[in-house]
Design a protein around this ligand. Structure first.
Ligand code: TMP
Ligand code: ASP
Length: 236
């Protein structure tokens, strides 16, 4: 598979064309940002860790009937993917109150939600990814009501699978963000699933094992990422 021109550079990844127009290469960087670029830094080997974790999780989801953009892991930092027309909706699913849910609605951090909350955010850095409902998304032309219903039910199904996967590895899946895209008439799960895009707490100690360590200068960022990798990849 020949790596072609760079199509896009995001905050944590670059996307390259290949000689097949249906396929792209997603390359994971060590750059870390938080609060929409207001905080910047690097996390050593984050790209390698997040690629490994994402490939493993997408493979597990595919095995359980969830269609994703993953074709194969090409190298330490590269994932071969189906080329998606990304839907400009970030789908956040929450099992435990943390982050913006605490800030916006006053939940006590750590409150277990009886039913998972699914939220839609507009994927638009200039606007700071505002929270939106279905009517906003349809009015903005980013998705149809049918697509949004599908995104929500897909996120709920993924949540059931991920929650169990992480519980088996002694982690609580607090919340996570998904992105989806259109590919040949189908909607596939895209982007990544990693400690950058999820919150994980240790099942016993509730220690934070994700990007919150970087966001809030808690220290031990690299160690937390590699511990998640160790547990996800079932390494001893
Ligand atoms: P929040 O509590 O800040 O809204 O974040 C919810 C989840 O979404 C959390 O697991 C982190 C993830 N997330 C992203 O992946 N990208 C983002 O831009 C934001 C704001 C959150
Ligand atoms: N991903 C966003 C940023 O890069 C926000 C975050 O994860 O906190 O700024």
């Amino acid at each position: 598979m020949k790596k072609g021109i760079q199509l896009y550079e995001g905050k944590a990844k670059k996307v390259f064309a290949t000689d097949d127009k249906d396929l792209v290469i997603q390359e994971f960087k060590d750059d870390a940002t938080a609060f929409n670029n207001k905080k910047k830094g690097t996390i050593a080997d984050k790209g390698v860790v997040n690629n490994a974790i994402s490939c493993k999780l997408f493979t597990m989801l595919e095995a359980n009937g969830i269609r994703t953009h993953l074709v194969e892991k090409l190298s330490e930092r590269e994932m071969l993917c189906r080329h998606l027309d990304i839907i400009k909706v970030e789908v956040v699913t929450r099992n435990i109150a943390a982050g913006s849910l605490v800030k916006r609605y006053g939940f006590a951090e750590g409150t277990v939600l009886q039913n998972p909350i699914v939220e839609f955010y507009l994927k638009d850095d200039e606007l700071d990814d505002p929270l939106m409902n279905e009517s906003h998304a349809v009015a903005l032309g980013v998705a149809t009501y049918e697509e949004l219903a599908l995104l929500k039910s897909r996120a709920e199904a993924i949540n059931v699978l991920l929650k169990q996967f992480f519980a088996d590895r002694k982690m609580k899946l607090v919340d996570f963000k998904l992105e989806f895209g259109r590919h040949n008439g189908e909607i596939l799960l895209g982007d990544e699933i990693s400690p950058d895009t999820c919150r994980f707490w240790d099942l016993e100690t509730n220690e934070k094992m994700d990007k919150d360590r970087f966001r809030f200068d808690l220290g031990g960022v690299e160690n937390a990422y590699s511990e998640v990798q160790r547990r996800v990849l079932d390494l001893d």
